[in-house]
Design a protein around this ligand. Structure first.
Ligand code: NAD
Length: 270
């Protein structure tokens, strides 16, 4: 991530507390979002998967003045019970939740979707990348008696076919539908639920997709803005959706991809 990010500081999130799930390193989308939320006064508890990540992520969160890190593997109910109990003990209630988690096996993320998708691989991708959001929405809503906002991360592969994205595209389509259903269920409790559809960004997750890097090149070349998706833009949209300037917005999928989603056919080269 570029360090020349001119991050807007302010108090849009002052007095708000929430959970960010999915920081693995300094390139994670969840980390970009966290920096922006913290710069606007948010207090954040981070969940992480596995001890290795604890060591890598702790210095990051300390650099923005936070200290709460709680282990949580979204495939493990006991671990999720313990994580949400720890947050309840700490704060009682929360105002926001960010889910920035996905996984599919490397074998599933190459070649033919029809040939490569095993029953177990499908189950795993859907469990980690979709069910976990539904589970977090239920657990998070219990901690939001006064309303709040939730956010998850999706990609254009939910709407269009993208080479090698395969079962993850199917999972993202289900995640987008889950966003709308969760928004319906939780709306009466004053909880808004939205998703950001980000363009391809250089993270660990992108590296897991065969030809993932070329998605960035194509994005740059074809996009309306002729540039990479900027973390600043994704984090700014997250701030908008999670703060009170995003009031009345729910069940929405916001594209932050330099306009890539709006392209039907790229410009002719001659
Ligand atoms: P990342 O690898 O930094 O983040 C993925 C996170 O998922 C990691 O922190 C990892 O620990 C977590 N995770 C995986 N399995 C887990 C489990 N069982 N329990 C708990 N956590 C688990 O990559 P990223 O690109 O920042 O991905 C974040 C989100 O953004 C994902 O939903 C991804 O699909 C989405 N997204 C990424 C891009 C991109 O181009 N990088 C574009 C659009 C959307």
């Amino acid at each position: 991530m570029s360090d020349d990010w001119n991050m807007p500081e302010g108090n849009l999130m002052a007095g708000k507390r929430g959970i960010v799930m999915g920081v693995a390193n300094q390139n994670s989308i969840a980390w970009g979002i966290s920096r922006q939320l913290a710069a606007q006064g948010a207090e954040i508890a981070f969940t992480y998967q596995g001890e290795g990540l604890e060591r890598r992520v702790r210095p990051l969160i300390e650099s923005i003045g936070m200290d709460t890190m709680i282990p949580a593997d979204v495939t493990d109910d006991e671990s999720m019970d313990a994580a949400f109990a720890a947050i309840k003990d700490k704060w009682g209630t929360i105002d926001f939740l960010v889910h920035s988690i996905a996984f599919a096996g490397k074998d599933e993320l190459m070649g033919s979707m029809v040939e490569k998708t095993s029953r177990e691989g499908f189950r795993r991708a859907m469990d980690i990348s979709v069910y976990s959001f539904i589970d977090c929405a239920r657990r998070g809503a219990e901690l939001m008696p006064n309303g709040g906002a939730m956010l998850c991360m999706t990609y254009l592969g939910a709407e269009r076919t993208i080479p090698s994205y395969n079962v993850m595209g199917v999972a993202k389509a289900a995640l987008e539908a889950s966003t709308r259903y969760a928004a319906r269920d939780l709306g009466k409790q004053g909880i808004r639920v939205n998703a950001i559809s980000a363009g391809a960004m250089r993270t660990l997750s992108l590296a897991g997709i065969r030809g993932g890097k070329s998605l960035m090149g194509t994005g740059r070349e074809w996009s309306l803005l002729k540039e990479d998706t900027k973390m600043e833009g994704v984090a700014g949209a997250a701030l908008y959706l999670l703060s009170d300037i995003g009031l009345s917005i729910t069940g929405e999928i916001v594209h932050v991809d330099a306009g890539f989603h709006a392209v039907g056919v790229p410009e002719p080269t001659e």
